[in-house]
Design a protein around this ligand. Structure first.
Ligand code: ZN
Length: 354
């Protein structure tokens, strides 16, 4: 099915010396602009009015820190996030996940589609940089927090690994041809025991890495501040293991203890969980429901029709700043809107992000 008129040649004409990636970005922007002007975008948004659209963010970092981070794909700058919030506040009814599910089930009236902003991991940059922007637009979000790292000076294992890999690369001692992101991706495939050994070796080789305060997970006082502002806290397990790799006892502990800890810290119900890395299987889904969670988020892309979706594998849109920028690297309104109403996925036929 052809969803859009063809882009005019003037809008897709490439500049001499443009890379293939830049040409692709330019073409995507031309399609998005046409979708906006032709009304296709507005119709796409009207089409998801009865669904729940969930956005997946991780980190909000200024440009320099984003570029220095071992996995910049997981970070969005404050400027880009502010632009996203402006668009969400204009075109969507935004609420934390628990509220959006409740209102959608009650068929509460809304003229606009429902959107939920979620953050994975619970980094301190979320409260330092994201929370003030959310406040600016009167938006409330859901934060999935690695409960075992709250009130500690310990960063998640993959950040330790990423920082160590980058340190080795700077010294010319990392495996050639493999960047930190790929090294971490490979480590995720190891068994927990293998990974721990690998990580210890890597840290020994690289020496101590100075990690900024923003890389830590929020404190319990910060979580309470978020709750006091109307945000929701969900679980992202105790230690961020890949849940299908856990034996039954460890799986039950990661699911239940994280919920108990977060309830104790915040004084609020913790109804939702986000599977680390999106990894889950039938056993994990069952164990999550048994632990008392009412819903869980995955990294499968899509919107959620609550009448038919499995509540233990809710779909989300992974927000990539680079994919949603124009050829000059500025946030594109039309691309963002196209992404989160599902049009971009249908038109560009994209797969699930890693
Ligand atoms: Zn995570």
């Amino acid at each position: 099915m052809r969803l859009l008129p063809r882009a005019s040649t003037s809008q897709t004409k490439s500049r001499p010396g443009m890379t293939a990636a830049a040409m692709k970005t330019q073409a995507r922007n031309a399609v998005a602009t046409l979708a906006d002007r032709s009304g296709v975008l507005a119709r796409g948004e009207a089409g998801i009015r009865d669904q729940v659209t969930i956005l997946c963010y991780h980190r909000i970092l200024p440009d320099a820190e984003r570029n220095a981070y071992h996995d910049p794909v997981l970070a969005v700058t404050p400027d880009a996030f502010r632009n996203h919030c402006r668009l969400l506040a204009t075109h969507y009814t935004v609420a934390p996940l628990a509220t959006a599910i409740e209102q959608s089930r009650e068929r509460a009236r809304t003229d606009r589609p429902r959107a939920v902003i979620t953050f994975d991991d619970g980094y301190r940059d979320n409260i330092l940089l994201a929370a003030p922007i959310l406040r600016e637009f009167g938006l409330r979000a859901t934060f999935f927090v690695i409960a075992g790292l709250v009130d500690t000076e310990t960063v998640p294992w993959y950040d330790l690994a990423g920082a160590s890999w980058k340190a080795l690369a700077r010294q010319g001692r990392a495996l050639p041809g493999m960047d930190a992101r790929e090294a971490v991706a490979r480590a995720k495939q190891m068994s927990p025991y293998e990974r721990q050994n690998w990580l210890e070796d890597l840290q020994r080789e690289a020496g101590p890495s100075a990690l900024p305060d923003r890389d830590l997970i929020m404190t319990s006082a910060q979580l309470r501040d978020l709750v006091a502002e109307g945000h929701e806290i969900g679980s992202h397990t105790m230690t961020h293991p890949l849940l299908p790799q856990c034996d039954d006892a460890m799986l039950a502990h990661e699911l239940k203890q994280s919920q108990i800890s977060l309830v104790e810290m915040t004084g609020q119900d913790v109804k939702g969980i986000c599977y680390p890395n999106g990894d889950c299987d039938a056993r994990v889904l069952r164990a999550s429901a048994d632990a008392g969670y009412s819903y869980a988020t995955s990294v499968v892309q899509g919107t959620n029709d609550l009448a038919s979706v499995d509540m233990m594998t809710l779909r989300r849109w992974f927000i990539s700043q680079d994919r949603l920028s124009d050829s000059r690297g500025r946030p594109s309104d039309a691309l963002f809107r196209m992404e989160i109403c599902g049009l971009a996925h249908r038109i560009f036929n994209r797969g699930t992000p890693q």
